[in-house]
Design a protein around this ligand. Structure first.
Ligand code: NAD
Ligand code: AKB
Length: 315
């Protein structure tokens, strides 16, 4: 049980919206301080601070003001947006990591840093991509994630910072919309199905990618952060797997519920990003070190996504 105050940076995003609520449910509303560039109406109720993670002085002020002990640093520019604005993405992704790691060194904070399957590039094995092997990502997002992983390990080895990280697959949720990634199609497709609209996919029908339902992603995150330090043997970032599917397979699963649902394919620049990533991930280290096991597959996730979105749109 954790009684330290927690700061979430980038709390208004796809993962932050759900993780903030999950942490508040666990530890109490006032224990968890949400922060982002600006307040938005969709935020869960509770303390909120405006914070640009590039502003190290403001970050320090918030840490001191609340007596923060843990930081979940979620703010980043994702893969597709990053390719459109590479220098800006690098500045935010790397500047953010440095400010958080420096604050962690100064104030002895425990840190969660999310990495991604984007850390892998075209020379990695595409099936069951192992934990250790070639990375060599070709997107600015992936380069920033690998650099973030290595700097995290450096701060752990050099300064003893307790920083923990997961290489998330594409995350799928009904509560919040994704913010500029290559796996976003796998969220949009459910909305279109429930709204009874046709869907045009920006990846080709056979593009297989690793994905995960939000409930599993949140459970993995909380479980890693809660694990005894001696069980966290990797201080770069853990491979993490849920399921893998193609656009054609998710469409077929949705058609079991909505037989009239139609999908067409118009691959754009995001196809090259997807083609550089693994198709499936070997997460044996996460399973062995701290007991990770996913609960959702494509069928159970699809049933849950469709029923939750139906309820949401009915309201
Ligand atoms: P998102 O784009 O939905 O949210 C990011 C949030 O960060 C936004 O609310 C944005 O306003 C905020 N932000 C941007 N710049 C900021 C700044 N300078 N200072 C403070 N806040 C800033 O992203 P997400 O999907 O919630 O992802 C969260 C983290 O998880 C990211 O680091 C991302 O790389 C990682 N990740 C996400 C996925 C996924 O599928 N969602 C997969 C792998 C890794
Ligand atoms: C993206 O597509 O950029 C993210 C990710 C897999 O990191 N969803």
């Amino acid at each position: 049980m954790n009684n330290e105050k927690i700061l979430i940076i980038g709390a208004n995003g796809q993962i932050g919206t759900v993780l903030t609520q999950a942490l508040r449910d666990l530890y109490g509303q006032d224990q968890v301080i949400a922060s982002d560039l600006a307040a938005v109406p969709t935020m869960p109720a509770g303390p909120f601070e405006t914070l640009d993670v590039l502003n190290a002085v403001r970050l320090g002020e918030i840490v001191r003001q609340y007596g923060i002990g843990q930081v979940y640093h979620l703010a980043a520019i994702l893969s597709a947006k990053g390719e459109q604005h590479p220098k800006w993405a690098w500045e935010i992704n790397m500047g953010g990591v440095f400010n958080v790691l420096e604050a962690a060194r100064e104030y002895r904070l425990k840190v969660f840093f999310p990495s991604s399957i984007a850390s892998f590039g075209p020379f990695a094995e595409r099936q069951n991509t192992p934990q250790h092997g070639p990375l060599e990502p070709t997107t600015v997002y992936g380069i920033s994630k690998v650099a973030g992983e290595l700097w995290s390990q450096y701060y752990h080895l050099r300064y003893g910072v307790d920083v923990r990280s997961l290489r998330y697959p594409g995350i799928i949720s009904y509560q919040s919309m994704p913010g500029g990634g290559t796996t976003d199609y796998a969220v949009d497709i459910y909305h279109k199905a429930v709204l009874k609209e046709d869907f045009t996919c920006f990846l080709s029908a056979g593009t297989r990618l690793p994905m995960m339902y939000m409930d599993d992603a949140v459970r993995a995150t909380l479980s890693l952060m809660d694990a005894p330090a001696e069980k966290v043997k990797l201080r770069t970032s853990y491979n993490l797997a849920g399921m893998s599917f193609t656009p054609a397979e998710i469409a077929a699963e949705i058609q079991k519920h909505y037989p009239e649902f139609r999908v067409s394919y118009q691959p754009d620049f995001r196809q090259a990003i997807a083609d550089s990533w693994p198709e499936s991930i070997d997460d044996a280290d996460a399973r062995n070190d701290w007991g990770w096991a996913p609960q959702f597959d494509l069928a159970s996730m699809t049933a849950e996504m469709l029923s939750r979105l139906k309820e949401k749109y009915a309201r």
